[in-house]
Design a protein around this ligand. Sequence first.
Ligand SMILES: Nc1nc2c(c(=O)[nH]1)N[C@H]1C(S)=C(S)[C@@H](COP(=O)(O)O)O[C@H]1N2
Ligand SMILES: [Mo]
Length: 360
Amino acid sequence: MEGAAGGIGLDELQLAARNHGMPLELLREEVTPIGLHYLLTHYDIPAVDPEAWRLTVGGRVAAELSLSLADLRRREPLEVVATMECAGNGRARLEPRPVSQPWLLEAVGTGRWRGVPLRSLLEEAGVLAGAQEVVFAGLDHGIENGVEQDYARSLPLEEARRGDVLLAYELNGVPLPPQHGFPLRLLVPDWYGMASVKWLSRISVVEEPFAGYQQEQGYRLRREPDDPGEPLTRIYPRALMIPPGIPDFMSRERTLAAGPCRLSGRAWSGWAPVAAVEVSVDGGGTWREAELAAPGELGRWAWREWWYRWEAPAEGRHALMCRASDEAGNRQPDEPVWNVGGYVNNAVQRVIVTVTAPGG
Ligand SMILES: Nc1nc2c(c(=O)[nH]1)N[C@H]1C(S)=C(S)[C@@H](COP(=O)(O)O)O[C@H]1N2
Ligand SMILES: [Mo]
């Protein structure tokens, strides 16, 4: 990926038109309605015949499995409400801009996923001694930087054996929609979205670290092009705000009337529970702690609501900001940290608002 300094190119626009984000006002919903969850698909959405489709589990296992959708649906189900975020969220704000899907802030969503725990299938197949990783391959096929491939990613065996890693066949109570991986996807709570392989068809237990493109080339944090980099795994903390007031069509800057204004949004981290959310209403000059909802019914893999009472002073432009930290000591930086792939830019959100006189 090369950096671009100018405006968004047609290649980036083409990607952005296929892969949409979640409109930030949808932060009001604790579970994102289908169709409003963000989307990221590297190649084409494959056509899958659910009758003919099978999931195979093979490689270093005692007994290979081949399972139909009906076989999976007969098993003990598990439901996980999980916040998923693309590792490239925030990429478009880096300078020079890494040329790829140009996300601003909206590559996030929370789904109610239902399926079968991966662990139960690994137990049934019987993982043999010497196994290191589990590789997941999708049915989508394409070319990336000259390398033809099925989209595939691996997980270390101990992550694959976590009880909360799902083979999901439902989202928000309905069969997976085509764009989210019908008929089956992997769902790795707390990890950036790239780990959650869609249109899953093959699971292989392997003895060597997987060297596929999406593991070795993509999704690594590199400071310079020939740096081997570190693989991306869990989601770093972020808080986002529902933009208050009303938007301008083109600039999307906000306008609202002076007086009491409830600022609110959601915050998440894949490393540890969110410890605090802070708000600044003066462009980062001073910060105050927001109220943070208890983890609640959604469970520990979902974002948490926060809110803050702001008395919007009459007439003027203000930069509203919010930032999260987690119990592992991770906190959002004020400024983006550049890297070759344009990943993990969790610099704080800034919302510009113009306050008008009350009733004006
Ligand atoms: N098979 C397959 N799985 C995939 C992808 C893909 O292109 N193909 N994209 C990944 C990336 S980068 C992300 S961020 C998430 C997005 O999931 P969603 O489109 O359901 O929101 O899917 C991941 N799983
Ligand atoms: Mo992604």
